[in-house]
Each structure stands twice: as C-alpha cells, then as structure tokens.
Design a protein around this ligand. Structure first.
Ligand SMILES: [Cu+2]
Length: 148
C-alpha cells in the first residue's frame, strides 16, 4: 500500500515536470508549413506551400519531394520579384538575391526533410536550387506578417 502511494506521488511529480517543460519558453512550438516539390499533378519543377502567408516566428517547413528526381529547398528573404532572382552558374545566386535563412540538404525523390527557422516579417522566396530548377519554375513566395 505504502509503495503504491509513493509510486502515485512520483508519477504526479513526473507529470508536473513534463507539463512545466512543455510550457517553457525554450520549447516554444513551431508553426508548421508543408511544402511539396515535384508534385505529380503540378510538374517535376513545381514548389508549393500550403500557406502563402504566415505570422512571424519559429516555423518548421516540412518538405516532401513527390518528384522523380532530387530536389532541395532554400528559404530566402528578398525584395526581388520571385521570378527575378539573380543567376550564377545555372543556379540562383543566393547572396546576390537576398538573405538565406535556412535550407535542407538534397532531398531524394520520394523523401521528406524538415528545416526550422525563425522568420521575421518580410517577403520571402522559397526555391529549389538544383541546377536549372529555379529557371524551370521550382519556387514560390511566402509573406511573413507581424505576429499578432
Ligand atoms: Cu528541384
């Protein structure tokens, strides 16, 4: 009996500790944006987000490559028009085009990766930067608004 009470008390303390951890500022949950590159319906060189506009803050991009070839995913803050990024050696010249805030490594066909970034309000372009893919249309815009 005494042992059961001790166990119950221990479980309560553990639950309280877990709850406190979950509410701590360091474990602030990220909002999630789903990205699809190489969608079969939109084409191998398509990149779409499930939301065109999100509030500022910690954001996890969950990127799925539904194509038949490799792709990657770069998040860049830029005031250039999305179809007007600078090109060097058949790829987007990231430093000349804006400020990179995050990227995945190469995502193999059929695989998924995530990248978590802290986004400030502004205009962003997300693009695949495998040779020639941006020029084929594998990019889209993201607007980040002030968090309410
Ligand atoms: Cu690509």
């Amino acid at each position: 009996m005494r042992k059961a009470v001790t166990l119950a008390a221990f479980a309560l303390i553990l639950a309280a500790a877990l709850l406190m951890g979950a509410c701590g500022s360091e474990s602030q949950p990220a909002q999630v944006v789903s990205a699809t590159v190489g969608s079969p319906s939109l084409g191998e060189y398509s990149l779409v987000l499930d939301k065109p506009s999100i509030p500022a803050g910690k954001t996890r991009f969950q990127v799925r490559n539904e194509g038949l070839i490799d792709h990657d995913f770069i998040v860049m803050e830029t005031n250039l028009p999305p179809n007007g990024l600078k090109i060097i050696a058949n790829k987007v010249d990231i430093p000349a085009s804006g400020r990179e805030v995050g990227r995945t490594i190469v995502i193999l066909a059929g695989r998924e990766q995530s990248v978590t970034v802290n986004l400030k309000p502004g205009k962003y372009v997300v693009t695949c930067n495998i040779d020639g893919h941006y020029q084929e249309g594998a990019y889209t815009t993201l607007e980040v608004t002030r968090a309410s």
